[in-house]
Write a protein that binds this ligand. Structure first.
Ligand SMILES: Nc1ncnc2c1ncn2[C@@H]1O[C@H](COP(=O)(O)OP(=O)(O)OP(=O)(O)O)[C@@H](O)[C@H]1O
Length: 195
């Protein structure tokens, strides 16, 4: 089955703290067999119990950089001296395993997916307001002040991009979480376009 014949990937984007993980966690919990995340490539060493191809595709730095040069990545970044990234191939693998791949990525990643033949659908999750976004980031308690300010700064361009006409197939304002979830599930499960 091709990715375009019913297993089109779904890209979920929006500012940090807007509630993407909250909504996706619920989607996965309610439909465990339907959805999958892609397996990332990394140059870091496997930890005990990690399985190559399942937890990550473990590759050398040289292999990783060759794949970057061949434009195989949707997004990639370096953290603590190790490289991590998502390839187009890894997304196609999820569809070929009969699942809908969900990508939770930033605007750079969104633009890059649009340059591929993945045939993805795009969901923009927006906060009710910038004030509420800040409140959620603070009350989540996972970030220090510098990280919160960085996320709020990045939020501006995410919002600007998401609000541009044509940037997404659906905009969901995550005001009430039950309503937002219903809108997300309806879009993803109920209105899968047959291409
Ligand atoms: N509708 C909502 N109303 C109030 N609080 C919410 C709502 N949705 C999510 N939250 C809370 O807001 C915080 C941020 O949510 P979450 O971590 O899901 O955001 P995110 O978009 O996945 O962020 P990141 O991109 O940083 O991973 C969490 O504490 C979550 O419980």
């Amino acid at each position: 089955m091709s990715a375009a014949s019913g297993r089109r990937p779904v890209v979920v984007f929006g500012p940090s703290g807007t509630g993407k993980s909250t909504l996706l966690k619920r989607l996965f919990a309610e439909h465990p067999a339907e959805f999958g995340f892609s397996v990332s490539n990394t140059t870091r060493n496997p930890r005990a119990g990690e399985v190559n191809g399942k937890d990550y595709h473990f590759v050398s730095r040289e292999q990783f950089l060759e794949a970057v040069a061949r434009s195989e990545f949707i997004e990639h970044a370096e953290f603590s001296g190790n490289m991590y990234g998502t390839t187009v191939r890894a997304v196609k693998d999820v569809a070929e395993a009969g699942k809908t791949c969900i990508l939770d990525i930033d605007v750079q990643g969104v633009k890059s997916v649009k340059d591929t033949d993945l045939g993805a659908r795009f969901v923009f999750v927006a906060p009710p307001s910038e004030e509420e976004l800040e409140r959620r980031l603070r009350s989540r308690g996972t970030d220090d002040e510098a990280s919160i300010l960085k996320r709020l700064q990045a939020a501006k361009s995410e919002l600007e991009y998401g609000n541009q006409p044509g940037s997404c197939d659906i905009k969901i304002v995550n005001d009430n979480v039950d309503n937002a979830y219903a809108a997300l599930a309806d879009f993803i499960l109920g209105r899968e376009a047959a291409h």
